[in-house]
Design a protein around this ligand. Structure first.
Ligand SMILES: CC(=O)N[C@H]1[C@@H](OP(=O)(O)OP(=O)(O)OC[C@H]2O[C@@H](n3ccc(=O)[nH]c3=O)[C@H](O)[C@@H]2O)O[C@H](CO)[C@@H](O)[C@@H]1O[C@H](C)C(=O)N[C@@H](C)C(=O)N[C@H](CCC(=O)O)C(=O)O
Ligand SMILES: Nc1ncnc2c1ncn2[C@@H]1O[C@H](COP(=O)(O)OP(=O)(O)OP(=O)(O)O)[C@@H](O)[C@H]1O
Ligand SMILES: N[C@H](CCC[C@H](N)C(=O)O)C(=O)O
Ligand SMILES: [Mg+2]
Length: 499
């Protein structure tokens, strides 16, 4: 994979090169801390700092070439490339440096506010059932078949992404299934990544701190669909899988120039769910429509998971997987960590840890709880700091309207004051309580203990917001925190006290 600097420069238009000599580039980096001898360093202007300020660090670490948008000081033995647009330059250089790995594997991208992680896990299990070697990239982790690698963002930055795709191609993956976040689409992280099949789940309120308007948020998501047929693509037979029950589906369809498989519950669609039965331990439904007819039995529950399964079935059918295999894989699929995960520690009430961190996610999970509840619903939840503030009172209202007992607590406060976040959450909770019981407990561990203490036989305790996360991000640093562990110890404490 090492490349001559001349070949990399050859990919760029309108560049000014200083110290134009022949050097071999052994890695491309956007973070000066990762630069090694022979690296090319891209100076990226970030939201917090400006990469141009880290040129001395990059040089000290052995950078052989610097790509910058403005003049920076470098010694005579270092190649300096000045470009107009850093993102455009990275888009040209990085995939080329890694030999365009996305062209060597079938690529499935999943986007939307909620359901991405779940759908990617389901698609992975179907592809593996069909005998394909599969890589996965998303919120929880990266997997190369069964090998697990850590992940920092849901969708990695362009350099990290191309590097991991290269690794996956080297390891002989037939498929990569990955979550494509709106941040990634807006920040050009998936540039140079050619998808074969793209799935749209839904679009609801989130990330308005970053995108500012819902329209911008939708247009960021739509980039995945326009990218399917973008100039310069080399693959054929693209398919878009679109949930047309979602009001923003139209925007995705307008940006799609390849064949579309639609899915829906409320409308006629290419994949339509009928006879839906939701119960505590799973769900069943019938798929009808022009693509296939089949009865499905799932070990995951909730109407939202019926949608997720349809999205995954759509992708699998686009990839020509036989319906019989899809059905078998779904019957064997059990759960995604931290997504409606049942916590069992010998108690006679139900405890569910779920990653609902958006109004729509919380509403869906609480609606599902309502459908399966025998008695009361006790909800523990909070909202993250340094993230979209507009969702806080809305989630508060939803929790209050759909629960018998609400305990508002902290999620990941990050740099914000937890009391301030809770104040914004409570603006939604208080007017919607209608006499229901409510407490505000800032310490998440105490809040979970309190919910478990209050639970009686056949109640459902929903602990929402952090799902699989095993940390809590506080102003003072990151601490180990796992809702599932805390729930188990709270249940054990309660059972011991009752003896
Ligand atoms: C808003 C956002 O996405 N920010 C991302 C962005 O950070 P930034 O703009 O603040 O970068 P910065 O710290 O200013 O640094 C600018 C440049 O200087 C470089 N630098 C910095 C320090 C140094 O010593 N040397 C150096 O070279 C950095 O590597 C970078 O290239 O670039 C960083 C490097 O790629 C990302 O890690 C960071 O993600 C942060 C951590 C983040 O929290 N992002 C979230 C909002 C996010 O992306 N979420 C989405 C989706 C979630 C969802 O779907 O719900 C995701 O895909 O995860
Ligand atoms: N199709 C769906 N529609 C609405 N809510 C959903 C759907 N699927 C899952 N959820 C809810 O959203 C939560 C997150 O699900 P999942 O992790 O699959 O979504 P995601 O899109 O990957 O989220 P993130 O943006 O954090 O990566 C779940 O725990 C559940 O509460
Ligand atoms: N991908 C989401 C995760 C939110 C998880 C929640 N626990 C929080 O910290 O807000 C985000 O970055 O907004
Ligand atoms: Mg995810």
């Amino acid at each position: 994979m090492p490349k001559s600097i001349k070949s990399l420069i050859g990919k760029l238009d309108n560049v000014k090169v200083t110290n134009n000599m022949d050097v071999n580039i052994t890695s491309v980096e956007y973070d000066s801390r990762k630069v090694k001898n022979g690296s090319l360093f891209f100076c990226v202007k970030g939201a917090t700092v400006d990469g141009h300020d880290f040129v001395p660090n990059a040089l000290a670490n052995g950078a052989a070439a610097i790509v910058a948008e403005r003049n920076v000081d470098v010694p005579d033995n270092i190649v300096k490339i000045i470009v107009d647009d850093m993102h455009a330059a990275m888009e040209k250089i990085v995939p080329y440096f890694y030999d365009y790995p996305s062209r060597k594997m079938r690529m499935i991208g999943v986007t939307g506010t909620n359901g991405k992680t779940t759908i990617t896990y389901i698609i992975r299990s179907i592809l593996r059932k069909a005998g394909y070697k599969t890589g996965l990239i998303g919120t929880i982790k990266i997997m190369i078949e069964d090998e697990v690698l850590p992940i920092h963002n849901t969708t990695p930055d362009i350099v990290d992404l191309q590097q991991i795709l290269f690794q996956m191609a080297q390891a002989g993956m037939d498929y990569v299934v990955m979550e494509v976040s709106s941040h990634a689409l807006a920040l050009h992280r998936v540039a140079g990544c050619e998808y074969d099949t793209a799935v749209f789940t839904n679009l609801t309120r989130d990330h308005l701190d970053f995108h500012k308007t819902f329209e911008n948020y939708a247009l960021a998501k739509a980039k995945l669909f326009s990218s399917l047929t973008a100039p310069g693509n080399v693959k054929n037979n693209k398919t878009a899988i679109i949930n047309i029950d979602d009001p923003t589906a139209e925007v995705m369809q307008q940006h799609t120039k390849c064949p579309v498989f639609t899915y829906a519950v409320k409308k006629d669609a290419d994949i339509k769910a009928e006879n839906i039965d939701i119960h505590m331990n799973g769900a069943s439904f019938r798929i009808t429509g022009r693509l296939c007819q089949m009865d499905l039995f799932l070990n995951i529950t909730g109407l939202f998971n019926v949608y997720n399964v349809m999205g995954a079935v759509g992708a699998a059918l686009a990839e020509k997987i036989k319906p019989e295999l899809i059905k078998q894989a779904l019957a064997e699929f059990h759960s995604v960590p931290g997504r409606f995960e049942l916590i069992r520690a010998g108690q006679d009430f139900c405890v569910i840890v779920d990653y609902a961190h958006t109004p729509d996610g919380l509403e869906n999970v609480l609606n599902t709880a309502k459908q399966i509840a025998k008695r009361r619903i006790i909800t523990v939840f909070g909202c993250g700091g340094d993230r979209d503030r507009t969702k806080r009172p809305i989630m508060g209202r939803i929790a209050a309207e759909k629960s018998d007992i609400v305990i508002a607590t902290s999620d990941n406060p990050r740099t914000e004051d937890p009391e301030f976040i809770l104040g914004e959450v409570e603006q939604g909770v208080l007017p919607a309580l209608h006499g229901n019981f409510h407490e505000k407990i800032t310490d998440r561990k105490k809040a979970i203990y309190r919910a478990i203490e209050l639970a009686k036989k056949d109640d459902i305790v929903i602990i929402a917001g952090k799902g699989h996360e095993n940390y809590q991000i506080l102003k003072t640093g990151i601490i180990h925190f796992d809702d599932r562990e805390v729930a188990v110890s709270a249940i054990k404490t309660k059972l011991a006290e009752e003896k």
